[in-house]
Design a protein around this ligand. Structure first.
Ligand SMILES: [Zn+2]
Length: 69
């Protein structure tokens, strides 16, 4: 039965948030220290994103919804 879709914890929650438009999933990378990863951000907060490690501005790429496979 493929009608049953198991919950996938944080991913399912993030998916719901991005679908609602409240949050966008972003890939960030820091040119200063090399830290990189993904995060969820409110659209209005994207321009003020700073590196968690060194505090320098990070480069953000917004993912346009999650790819569905
Ligand atoms: Zn950094």
């Amino acid at each position: 039965m493929d009608a049953f879709e198991p919950a996938r914890g944080p991913t399912a929650v993030a998916d719901a948030l991005t679908r609602s438009g409240a949050f966008l999933e972003c890939v960030f990378s820091c040119p200063s220290c090399g830290l990189a990863g993904t995060s969820l951000s409110r659209p209005g907060a994207l321009e003020a994103k700073a590196c968690l490690a060194c505090g320098e501005p990070v480069v953000l790429t917004v993912l346009d919804r999650f790819p569905r496979r």
